[in-house]
Design a protein around this ligand. Structure first.
Ligand code: AMP
Ligand code: GLY
Length: 426
């Protein structure tokens, strides 16, 4: 089977690496990819959001299956276009991707099926949003309705901060453009966050193990939000008794609701869940695998990812047997110093050949240099992933290998999967 993976992050490198293990794979293409994907497949110089370009290249290379990594091409209807051309695709349609591309849509869906979530209200008029905030003093969360590259959520301490967030999104500056014309204002919850993931073909749901990510730039969850600085799986702190609740009341209920509302959901569904004192609550839905969660989940997959993606795209997931390793996995993101603000790139990466057997390096912002070296080319550069029977061992293995990789101004968090973050790791 010829497969095209769309995207250029460490998530897509992980997908490509896992597909390589499939006996059913013939040729592997990645658009646009990075130095890591270029070493195991053919990179194509087409941007992930270039829908016409991706469709044309899929036809040109006689692709049997396209696997879409990021949310933007999904929200622009890439899967609908490919399907119309008779090309199988892994990922939700544009209508189903609204679960991530419109917070108003996803809140409405949650409310309709009585799903546990923060209470909220949606506004497309600034004055009404302001009135609502003034009538609800205290901590509140203001969210842009549309996609905002993970930056559209303001967790506010005070009424003033919440009003400023509304002003920034709905005022003349329109900081997220169309995405912020409508806002969702939500009760602020507190608790620990867990990423639930599942494969679905629209009917059958295959749950993945749970994972946790680290969104803030600095140790102790300080600093600005980033695309993700690390992840681990499984979270031992998560009470096992809550797992069926999350699986049934959140993930399976969502797949059933999407089918009922006429937008069956096929692909990877990733509900972000907060475990509060009153039980699990949905914070958001993502219409794809998490990054960096994919980097710690897919190494734990003991089944053929290509078979699973093919079954998802063809509605035959019930025929797949999906197994997961009981080992733990820890992923540490190495970034360019300064990320997520200004940073320099173009530095050579040393030490990639000196890692322990079985440790994975999934590339994100990297390019191949002229002399065979690998150069930094983005904010998040690599995710280093180690697996071991316990989280503690996986963590120390991941960090001992991170320390062998060098580039100018390399930065990484030191507390990924650290005991303080996970009370039951010792
Ligand atoms: P979202 O994109 O909706 O997941 O929001 C991004 C991040 O904002 C989440 O991972 C949480 O850390 C935080 N967040 C979102 N909604 C809430 C909420 N209702 N209460 C507290 N924190 C939230
Ligand atoms: N891990 C956060 C995300 O992928 O959205």
């Amino acid at each position: 089977m010829n497969v095209l993976v769309v995207g250029s992050g460490a998530r897509e490198h992980t997908i490509a690496w896992k597909l390589r293990q499939s006996p059913r794979l013939t040729d592997l293409f990645i658009a646009p990819g990075n130095a890591g994907t270029g070493a195991i497949g053919t990179n194509l110089d087409i941007k992930a959001a270039d829908i016409d370009g991706i469709v044309a290249t899929a036809q040109e290379h006689r692709i049997d299956l396209v696997i879409v990594g990021p949310e933007v091409p999904l929200s622009r209807g890439l899967v609908d276009r490919l399907t119309a051309e008779g090309i199988a695709a892994f990922g939700p349609t544009k209508a189903a991707a609204r679960i991530e591309s419109s917070k108003a849509f996803s809140k409405e869906l949650m409310e309709r099926c009585g799903m546990p979530t923060a209470s909220s209200a949606t506004f497309d008029r600034r004055i009404e949003a302001r009135n609502y905030i003034e009538a609800h003093p205290g901590p509140i969360v203001v969210k842009a309705d549309g996609l905002a590259a993970g930056k559209g959520v303001f967790v506010c301490e005070t009424t003033e901060e919440a009003l400023a967030a509304v002003e920034a999104m709905m005022g003349a500056g329109a900081m997220f453009g169309e995405s912020g014309r409508t806002v969702v204002i939500e009760e602020r919850l507190s608790g620990r966050e867990v990423s639930a993931h599942a494969f679905s073909d629209g009917t059958t749901v295959a749950q993945m193990p749970f994972a946790c990510d680290y969104k803030r730039a600095r140790d102790g969850d300080e600093g600005p939000n980033t695309g993700g600085m690390g992840a681990y799986s499984p979270p031992q702190w998560l009470d096992e008794a809550l797992e069926p609740f999350i699986h049934e009341r959140i993930t399976e209920a969502t797949i059933a609701a999407m089918r009922e509302e006429g937008s069956p959901y096929a692909g990877a569904l990733y509900p972000g869940v907060m475990v509060t004192a009153d039980g699990p609550r949905v914070l958001e839905f993502n219409c794809r695998l998490g990054d960096p969660e994919a980097q710690v989940l897919l190494p734990r997959l003991r089944s053929d990812l290509l078979e699973i993606c093919w079954a998802v795209a063809n509605g035959t997931l019930s025929e797949c047997e999906i197994r997961w390793s009981t080992d733990a996995a820890v992923g540490v993101v190495m970034a360019s110093g300064g990320y997520p603000d200004d940073y320099q790139t173009g530095y050579a990466i040393a030490g990639l050949g000196s890692l322990d057997e079985g440790v994975h390096v999934f590339h994100a912002g990297t390019v191949a240099g002229d002399d065979g070296e690998v150069l930094t080319s983005g904010g998040r550069v690599l995710t280093v992933v180690a697996e071991a029977p316990t989280l503690t061992e996986a963590r120390s293995k991941a960090y001992s290998n991170v320390q062998r990789i060098h580039f100018t101004n390399a930065y990484y968090r030191r507390d990924i999967a650290a005991p303080s973050q996970d009370a039951r790791v010792d």
